[in-house]
Design a binder for this molecule. Structure first.
Ligand code: PEP
Ligand code: MG
Length: 867
């Protein structure tokens, strides 16, 4: 069995075996791009190593043969005393895990050939050797980095410099010797000078790093299977730090923050690749690179365009210029902000690079939600401490925290925090996840902080050069303003502003590109998308967002705030005259509001739900009234209120007298509603409109119950329409909100229901026996964290339990074959994973809050594409 592939032997489609990085190196080699020669040790070998604790038989020999192929190609020999081939060893998992696993550079150097190299470039040779000893020591031999730091400290002190790279060649040589001693002290053995031993040990160290703590955490976060294993890329070293005609950098084929079709990148002269990503030194932009290396720049642009054509997507690459020669070290489809994803997807369709379904696949509902994320209100006034790069969009406020562990600790009780760091590394990811936003003083759009923040959807401002951060002291200063640990600050990851205090935020409007993409989505989806809207204003907004009707208009929402006493007056009515007056008042509000709703939704179905909540919700609390009574503060009216509040008081109101149960106990209410709805319809018809009213009766548990309510409502509607001499068909349906309703859905469909809509808020509440008002928050968080539930079932539809009831209902309804339509109007109707489930069930539509309508349109298209 072969565990090794030369770059020439693979292609981009071999990801599982060669890892993402390896497959792309192979592809670029096949394309004839200037890739330093190398080979890949496959994920098979890694899995074997992880299962058996040792490398598979034959691997060592296969590696040796592959090295010989490189030797032939480069004309250098691995371990040669005079003209040595140097190799890098890097991890490369099937899915990108940036910075999570290990790398060892400069393998093949030893005491002997470093001398030969030093004859040409002393500084370079000793620098390369000390890098090898330290990386090998840390990665392969588990020697703590601080042991090396301690060994170099005296040299830095004596030379008066901060960075090892600034030391003289002689000092670097001495540092190398000191490092060799560290290795011997820590391991009890001398540093291995045999190149084959170095290479084999480095490959195995990369295998082991798959199970390192960082890597495991990252995989858990990104849902990457622990079983995949990593490939190992062994590649000829090229040096961006070889004299002043060398450089190294990272370039994206398009701007990863805005999506604009211009290359974006950073480069460093006289540096190794790691220095660019670490953000520890000030990088030069592409314009400067073009100025310094005009020919290589042109070659680079050519490579970028060929890669885009090949991958039909935005790519990023790592490149090195070694002594005027351009090398491409790596490429992959680049990470991007949500805004950039949208713009690129639409523009690539216009450029003929991709088709519309591909564009839709490349812009996920989650990205859309992120894109609709807030930003600083342009009209707000605030103190800007400093401005950096808008590295990950969104705006956030929170307490400034200067350490990742501290961020996790402070955020544990729900306190929002902003993590402020000079720069971030893989060790900070848990703090970044816990934070609402991230600020770094160093690093560009491709720095660790920027890439991770975009990936996990946290706003981030990076490279705030003017910000002086003292992580130990917990202060950040710029422009005469100081942020201290614990101060509330705000950041806008689009504009790059860092401000003092809490800044007001607004939601942006993404404009024409989104409209176009959503129109393509509308062509693809089979699910309808309606809105949950209660007022004319909501309805207009929903239509603007593309809603195809109203799936749920909650009439009780007409009586919040100033109108709440109207229902109270009805409940407290003493005689028929008072009842009639109260009903008339309620009736008038219905007519006025619903005429507006029907107008805004003219020609589209509007499902109005009759009153649902328990009546006590409209009365003052029994406790308050009793206290007032005890104090002698209640007059006759107050006493009447108390009597009524006590009469309607319930121990478990969510399971008490609400919904259709009111039709039996207070039948006047639904009759009044039916009458008012008919009047609104008549008014719209007389105004030349096309009202398409549907009446929905909530919380049904039995067919007889629905039939009873339906007869009443239908009779009232007919009376009103007859009186107006108008003929209209108003379908009457119900919600599937109780488990029992789901069980008898077939009977409801064949009998009294013209349409059905899943009310999954209540259905979830009653299936789980979780009070929707009580278990959200601490309990739900705890459950999810402890793994007792996979997700909050009120946010994401529970396929196993609630989903089984839904499936059963849908099957029975389809068998009855007697319905107009079947939808969903619980909160889940706007959540992408739940929408996918609704698509699988074959529902006719989802209905969700107006702000989620666009996400729902996109999610429905994604669900259709996944079919
Ligand atoms: C539901 O229960 O899912 C529903 C839409 O109704 P409400 O949220 O008003 O109870
Ligand atoms: Mg409900």
């Amino acid at each position: 069995m072969s565990y090794v592939r030369m770059f020439m032997e693979g292609s981009a489609s071999d990801r599982a075996l060669l890892g993402g990085k390896g497959a792309n190196l192979a592809e670029m080699t096949r394309m004839g791009l200037p890739v330093p020669p190398g080979f890949i040790v496959t994920t098979d070998a890694c899995r074997h190593y992880l299962h058996h604790g040792e490398a598979p038989d034959g691997l060592r020999d296969q590696v040796r043969v592959a090295v010989q192929v490189i030797e032939a190609e480069t004309g250098r020999r691995f371990g040669d005393p005079v003209n040595p081939l140097l190799l890098s060893v890097r991890s490369g998992a099937p899915f990108s895990m940036p910075g999570m696993m290990e790398t060892v550079l400069n393998l093949g150097l030893n005491r002997e050939n470093v001398k030969a190299l030093a004859a040409t470039d002393e500084h370079f040779a000793h620098d390369a050797f000390r890098r090898l000893v330290q990386m090998f020591g840390e990665v392969v031999q588990d020697i703590p980095g601080r042991a090396f730091a301690a060994a170099r400290a005296p040299f830095l002190r004596d030379a008066g410099v901060d960075d090892v790279a600034e030391l003289s060649a002689a000092d670097l040589e001495a540092v190398g010797h000191a490092y060799l001693q560290v290795v011997e002290q820590e391991t009890g053995e001398p540093f291995p000078m045999d190149p084959d031993t170095q290479l084999q040990a480095a490959i195995e160290a990369v295998f082991r790093s798959w199970n390192g703590h960082k890597a495991r955490t990252y995989r858990a976060l990104e849902n990457i299977s622990d079983e995949l294993g990593t490939a190992v890329n062994v590649q000829t070293m090229v040096f961006g730090n070889l004299g002043d005609r060398s450089a190294t950098g990272v370039v994206f084929t398009r701007d990863p923050a805005t999506g604009e079709n211009v290359p974006y990148g950073d480069a460093l002269k006289g540096a190794q690749g790691e220095d660019v990503v670490a953000g520890t030194r000030n990088t030069m932009h592409l314009a400067e690179l073009r100025h310094e290396f005009p020919e290589q720049y042109d070659d680079l642009l050519l490579v970028l365009s060929r890669l885009e054509q090949r991958y039909r997507d935005m790519c990023d690459i790592e490149f090195t210029i070694e002594d005027d020669r351009l090398w491409i070290l790596q490429t992959r489809v680049g990470k991007r902000s949500a805004r950039a994803a949208l713009r690129m997807a639409v523009e690539m369709v216009d450029e003929g690079l991709i088709d519309e379904p591909t564009a839709i696949r490349r812009f996920t509902p989650t990205q859309l939600e992120r894109l609709l994320h807030p930003q600083f209100d342009p009209d707000a006034t605030y103190d800007v401490v400093a401005k950096g790069l808008g590295a990950s969009p969104g705006a956030a406020s929170g307490r400034a925290v200067f350490d990742a562990d501290e961020a996790e600790r402070v955020a544990a009780d729900g306190t929002p925090v902003i993590l402020v760091r000079v720069e971030t590394a893989a060790d900070d990811v848990h703090g970044m996840v816990a934070a609402q936003g991230i600020v770094t003083a160093k690093g560009g759009l491709v720095s660790h902080a920027a890439v991770v923040a975009r990936g996990i959807g946290r706003p981030a401002v990076c490279g705030v050069a003017e910000l002086t951060i003292d992580e130990e002291a917990g202060t950040a200063t710029a422009n005469g303003l100081t942020i201290e640990a614990g101060d509330v600050i705000s950041i806008d990851g689009s504009t790059g502003e860092v401000a003092l205090g809490k800044v007001r935020v607004v939601r942006p409007e993404p404009g024409a590109e989104l409209d176009r993409l959503l129109q393509w989505a509308d062509q693809l989806r089979s699910l309808g998308v309606r809105a949950n809207a209660d007022t004319a204003e909501d309805a207009r907004r929903a239509v603007a967002f593309g809603a195809e009707g109203i799936g749920l208009c909650r009439t009780e929402h007409l009586f919040v705030g100033a109108r709440a006493p109207m229902i109270e007056r009805f409940i407290l009515s003493q005689d028929q005259a008072e009842v009639d007056a109260a009903l008339q008042e309620l009736h008038d509000v219905h007519v006025e509001e619903l005429t507006g709703v029907l107008e805004a939704m003219d020609g589209k179905p509007v499902t109005v739900r009759l009153l649902d909540p328990p009546l006590h919700e409209f009365l003052p609390s029994v406790t308050e009234l009793r206290v007032a009574e005890a104090k002698g503060e209640l007059d006759d009216a107050g006493l009447a209120k108390l009597a009524m509040a006590e009469r309607w008081h319930e121990h478990n109101p969510m399971l008490g007298i609400r919904g259709v149960r009111l039709a039996a106990l207070a039948p006047d209410l639904y009759r009044m509603q039916a009458h008012a709805l008919a009047e609104a319809v008549v008014a719209r018809i007389r105004a030349g409109g096309n009202p398409r009213l549907q009446v929905m009766i909530p919380l049904v548990v039995s067919t007889a119950e629905l039939a009873h309510a339906r007869d009443d409502v239908a009779a009232e509607l007919r009376r009103s329409f007859d009186a107006a001499a108008i003929e209209v068909d108003v379908p009457i349906g119900t919600m599937l909100e109780t488990p029992r309703a789901a069980v008898i859905a077939g009977e409801l469909a064949a009998g009294p229901a013209d349409f059905l809509s899943f009310g999954t808020n209540d259905l979830t509440q009653m299936t789980f026996g979780f009070s929707r008002d009580d278990v959200e928050g601490p309990m739900m968080e705890q459950y999810v964290e402890m793994g007792l539930l996979e997700a909050d079932p009120f946010a994401t539809l529970d396929r196993v339990g609630v989903g089984a009831l839904m499936r059963m209902a849908v099957d029975a309804i389809r068998a009855a074959d007697a319905l107009d339509d079947i939808g969903i109007c619980g909160e889940h109707g706007g959540e992408p994973a739940s929408i996918a489930f609704c698509h699988e069930l074959g529902l006719d539509y989802v209905s969700c809050s107006p702000f989620r309508v666009r996400t729902a349109r996109l999610a429905a298209a994604h669900a259709a594409l996944a079919d």
